[in-house]
Design a binder for this molecule. Structure first.
Ligand SMILES: Nc1ncnc2c1ncn2[C@@H]1O[C@H](COP(=O)(O)OP(=O)(O)OP(=O)(O)O)[C@@H](O)[C@H]1O
Ligand SMILES: [Mg+2]
Length: 349
């Protein structure tokens, strides 16, 4: 088996605020193979964005402080890299799409200028992106970057792209701005795309279109993806694998179908039970009792124990590690769970 493209190993992150220092990532472990599309799901505040931002090394430090852990990308530890070494990776080998398209495009610059800038920055390290010879002048490069920008706008299906290229962001709808951001993230032909809630700010019908577009682009560009979302429906539609996060740790992970069919961690089961289904009786929707723990004074042992019906004494003493789900072992399915009392149960959905 080839080495994973991205391997996050035992990543710990603390965040300082007025109230104290919160242990926001507690031993995150994730291996993302070439061509896999991983969904990262969990309730608000569980550390999804900080995991994605850590891979791009965009977590401001201070207030952040990394403890143990490594983030290996193509075998190199990103946490050991200097800012100068990181710069060509961002927008180059690692593309990013963030949640809110209104804050990610600069309102003062035309779409063309913003796309051309990203293309030129990526081409500074990989000139072949522009398809110009090594001795090309700045003007030739700019012309090629503009042609590439137009091609990308067409690929993300902006109607009349040639006419729209020189428009300002406010002249686009929310769904179109998100398409522009996808074009911008992909213009440097990244190996890894990190998409943090790429469809959350959009209305439902546009969400589905943007998701379908993202899926086509991932297939066409043969990308590996980390798709951060709180929506398990999005994961089921778009991902090959899923990692479920709770209070700073991955509590269950594996191939999407396996995890959805046999959710094993009580938290994953609670998340699935909280999704409304058509055949459900009125009032049958279950919430998850209790609240996400305070990460400045986290509970000892398993952080889900205070909300868990299965919790016993041992759960409050020790942090469970990710282990293969017993019944999945025979299938070699790569389904793992961090729970001392894991019993897979066939999902009702
Ligand atoms: N700059 C910051 N300073 C202090 N604490 C922070 C900072 N950024 C995030 N946190 C804290 O870290 C924890 C994880 O935050 P993160 O943004 O990764 O959550 P998330 O899973 O992406 O949530 P959401 O679904 O709401 O986007 C939260 O408790 C949050 O309050
Ligand atoms: Mg987030």
């Amino acid at each position: 088996m080839s080495a994973p493209l991205l391997e996050i190993r035992d990543l710990h992150l603390w965040m300082r605020s007025f109230e104290g220092e919160a242990h926001v990532l507690q031993g995150v472990d994730l291996q993302v193979g070439h061509g896999e599309v991983w969904g990262v799901v969990g309730e608000t505040g569980c550390g999804k964005s900080l995991t994605g931002l850590s891979v791009s090394r965009l977590v401001p430090s201070p207030p952040a402080r990394y403890g143990r852990g490594q983030i290996l990308f193509n075998g190199q530890d990103l946490l050991q890299m200097s800012e100068a070494q990181m710069r060509p990776l961002r927008g180059g080998r690692i593309g990013m799409i963030f949640q809110d398209p209104t804050t990610n495009l600069n309102p003062l610059f035309r779409i063309s200028e913003q796309l051309v800038d990203v293309a030129l920055a990526a081409a500074a390290w990989r000139l072949e992106l522009l398809g110009v010879p090594a001795g090309a002048s700045a003007r030739e490069k700019r012309r090629a970057a503009r042609a590439l920008s137009l091609e990308m706008l067409e690929r993300v299906r902006i109607p009349d792209a040639a006419q729209r290229l020189d428009d300002f962001p406010h002249q686009f709808s929310g769904g179109m701005r998100q398409r522009v951001l996808i074009a911008m993230a992909l213009i440097g032909r990244p190996q890894l795309l990190i998409a943090d809630e790429p469809t959350t700010a959009l209305d439902v019908s546009v969400q589905a279109q943007v998701l379908a577009l993202l899926r086509d682009m991932v297939r066409d560009f043969r990308m590996t993806v980390l798709l951060i979302t709180h929506n398990l429906g999005v994961v089921a539609q778009a991902c090959s694998h899923v990692a479920v996060m709770y209070a700073g740790s991955i509590v269950e992970r594996g191939p999407v179908q396996e995890v959805m069919r046999r959710p094993t961690h009580p938290y994953t089961r609670a998340l699935l039970a909280a999704i409304p289904r058509r055949e459900m009786a009125r009032g049958a929707l279950e919430g998850i009792p209790g609240t996400v723990p305070d990460l400045i004074h986290p509970p000892p042992g398993c952080r889900f124990a205070p909300r868990c019906a299965r919790a016993q004494e041992g759960c409050r003493a020790q942090v469970p590690a990710l282990e293969p789900v017993p019944s999945a072992l025979a299938a070699g399915a790569g389904h793992e769970v961090a729970c001392f009392h894991a019993h897979p149960v066939e999902a009702a959905c």
